[in-house]
Design a protein around this ligand. Structure first.
Ligand code: FE2
Length: 267
């Protein structure tokens, strides 16, 4: 019996030990699982943290882009304003320049009229002189509209073109069609310069919202174009053709003939 009970006792202890061991094992497993879970959660958090910077980066980049956009927008606005002021200055300077040019032409046109051979060309210069006086008044009106005093600034280009006209007069014979061809050439250089100037001024006046000034200058532009067309018409309707037959000899003989007939008339 003893032996049996002790045997029973003996067999019960290992069972209890194994139960204890199982419990310990289970506890250990639980702890291990917990640790793994906690590790996993830490890892997840780390991943999340690691993932966060790009998100933050994107936000920062967006912020920076927005800020750089606003920074870029600010100078653009300033630039636009400055541009408008500079453009206004440029416009005034060009008005002064063309004002000088027109005033200068009132001295040049009578010389051209006097030097011209054909009556038609003389008339064209006389008509354009009257137009030029009106154009000066328009420019003075434009200065007034802009709240500025009319001022003339020497236009080197116009001074140069008209100097060329003077050379044509001195290099050609009086009373010849060749001189008229030269005068038409010089006058068309003047007109083309004026067309370019007024064309640009009209465009700038629209850009700076001075429509009344633009309309005024557009009238002058139209006149310059008409004068240029008239000069082309004169050149193509006979002046150039007549000049092709002129030589030193025949023009001299012709002037001698004219002088002789004047002499006869006077006798
Ligand atoms: Fe003019």
């Amino acid at each position: 019996m003893r032996s049996t009970s002790s045997g029973k006792k003996k067999s019960a202890r290992p069972a209890a030990r194994s139960a204890k061991a199982a419990t310990k094992k289970a506890a250990a497993k639980k702890t291990a699982n917990k640790k793994t879970a906690s590790k996993k959660s830490v890892a997840k958090k780390t991943v999340a943290k690691k993932a966060a910077p790009p998100a933050r980066k994107a936000a920062v980049t967006k912020k920076k882009a927005a800020s750089s956009r606003s920074q870029a927008a600010a100078p653009r606005t300033a630039k636009k304003i400055n541009k408008e002021y500079l453009l206004q200055d440029l416009f005034f300077n060009e008005l002064k320049d063309v004002y000088w040019a027109e005033k200068h032409l009132t001295k040049v046109l009578p010389k051209m009229e006097k030097a011209a051979t054909s009556d038609k060309l003389k008339k064209a210069f006389a008509t354009h002189l009257q137009q030029t006086m009106g154009q000066i008044k328009r420019l003075e009106q434009a200065f007034e509209m802009l709240g500025e005093k009319a001022q003339a600034k020497k236009c080197d280009a116009m001074a140069g073109i008209t100097r060329e006209g003077d050379e044509i007069i001195s290099d050609t014979k009086k009373g010849t069609e060749t001189r008229d061809v030269g005068l038409i050439l010089a006058a068309q250089k003047v007109e083309h310069y004026e067309i370019a100037t007024y064309g640009s001024l009209v465009t700038i006046a629209h850009t700076i919202n001075k429509r009344d000034v633009a309309n005024l200058l557009a009238q002058t532009l139209k006149e310059e174009k008409e004068t240029d067309a008239l000069l082309t018409e004169l050149a193509t309707s006979g002046v150039n053709e007549d000049a092709t037959g002129e030589t030193e000899d025949n023009t001299e003989k012709e002037s001698e003939g004219i002088m002789a007939s004047i002499g006869e008339m006077l006798q």
